[in-house]
Design a protein around this ligand. Structure first.
Ligand code: F6P
Length: 366
């Protein structure tokens, strides 16, 4: 009889719709192989570090039907990077230490033969570091921001764009009734994909993204032209990471142990800049925030996430470790973890989508 092998699955970084669909895809495909058992680590790698460990066996009853649910049954964190692990000191400050070697040792001692790490850019950098330390690991990309260049799309992105577009549509009707300027802030830390797609899907007049710093005077002009020619109301989509040409991003301190500053509030900054620059129209701001990361994934995201899960198990069965699954040219494929993390997927300011949006009359304030 073949020896039973153990697979460990985890979700790391910010959550996004589709994580449960990947977990289910992995568990179903792996369970088909009679000699594989699948376990989940609770809250990224923290489940392995905890004493006692927090690991659950992903049996049929644990994963049945979860593909329609948002969030992750395994929970997640952005404070559990094993290479840069936050440790609170007696004086309350946080120091970061490298626990990657200890982690690899523990995973092996626990009898795991392979690991599938579902996460974004930061998580896949962790996968690469652990692979280099001798762990049999495979990455599955996720993020609503769609900012990984190795894959044409990440699951979660489409759902986020749908949520943002639904909200945008609602703001358009009230903007029209009151002849107001509506500013809707969406997520997108460094990449403006959600804003760009929402602007096209919703028919925005103005779209502001991190890749194209804006000139406030140009935006005021665009707004005024709408009022002068009798069209009136204006709908603006802005990424949380957008900034004026001579400005800075709007951030607050991240929570203790997190490596990121927290973004949010740029809609209010833009509103003030518009008023200061002489915009007379009434302005209202909406910050969508985490609703974009919640709820049930769209059918497209469920399919993509499920296919990613199945592909990750196939790579594992082939012994093809140190890779991340991708969607490239409409085919499910994979790249090395090194390739997966070497380039960020920015919106190209001279790329086709931006040009097409400009062709539709959408202003980027440049
Ligand atoms: O990386 C995805 C993302 O949604 C960013 O767009 C956003 O800045 C960040 O997560 C917020 O993360 P959290 O509030 O979970 O720290």
């Amino acid at each position: 009889m073949e020896k039973t092998k153990k697979l460990l699955v985890l979700t790391g970084g910010g959550d996004c719709p589709g994580l449960n669909a990947v977990i289910r895809g992995i568990a179903k495909r792996a369970r088909k192989e009679k000699n594989w058992e699948v376990y989940g680590s609770i809250e990224a790698f923290n489940g392995v570090f905890s004493e006692p460990t927090e690991l659950i066996k992903l049996t049929r009853s644990k994963t049945a039907g979860i593909h329609v649910r948002g969030g992750t049954i395994l929970k997640t964190t952005n404070k559990g990077n094993p290479v840069h692990f936050p440790v609170t000191q007696p004086d309350g400050t946080v120091k970061f230490i490298d626990r990657s070697e200890e982690l690899v040792k523990r995973i092996k001692e626990l009898g795991f033969d392979a690991v599938i790490n579902i996460g974004g850019d930061g998580s896949q950098k962790i996968s690469q570091a652990l692979y280099k330390r001798g762990l049999n690991i495979i990455g599955v990309p996720k993020t609503i921001d769609n900012d990984l260049s190795a894959t044409d799309m990440t699951f979660g992105f489409q759902t986020a764009v749908q949520i943002a577009t639904d909200s945008f549509d609602k703001l358009v009707t009230t903007a029209e009734s009151h002849d107001r300027v509506m500013i809707m802030e969406v997520m997108g830390r460094d990449a403006g994909w959600i804003a760009l797609h929402t602007a096209i899907a919703g028919g925005a007049e103005i779209c502001l993204i991190p890749e194209i710093p804006y000139d406030i005077q140009k935006i005021v002009k665009k707004i005024q032209s709408r009022y002068i020619n009798g069209q009136g109301f204006v709908n603006i989509v802005i990424s949380e990471g957008a900034k004026a040409k001579d400005g800075t991003i709007v951030s607050s301190q991240g929570s203790k142990g997190s490596e990121h500053v927290r973004l949010g509030g740029v809609a209010y900054q833009l509103s003030k800049q518009l008023k200061d620059a002489g915009c007379e129209a009434e302005i209202r701001e909406t910050v969508l925030g985490h609703v974009q990361r919640g709820g049930s994934p769209t059918a497209f995201d469920r399919v993509l996430a499920t296919l990613f899960g199945v592909k990750a198990v196939e790579l594992l069965l082939e012994g093809n470790f140190g890779r991340m699954v991708t969607l490239k040219n409409n085919a499910i494929s994979s790249v090395t973890l090194e390739e997966a993390t070497e380039r960020y997927n920015f919106v190209e300011k001279d790329g086709y989508i931006v040009k097409a949006a400009k062709g539709l009359g959408i202003s980027f304030g440049d």
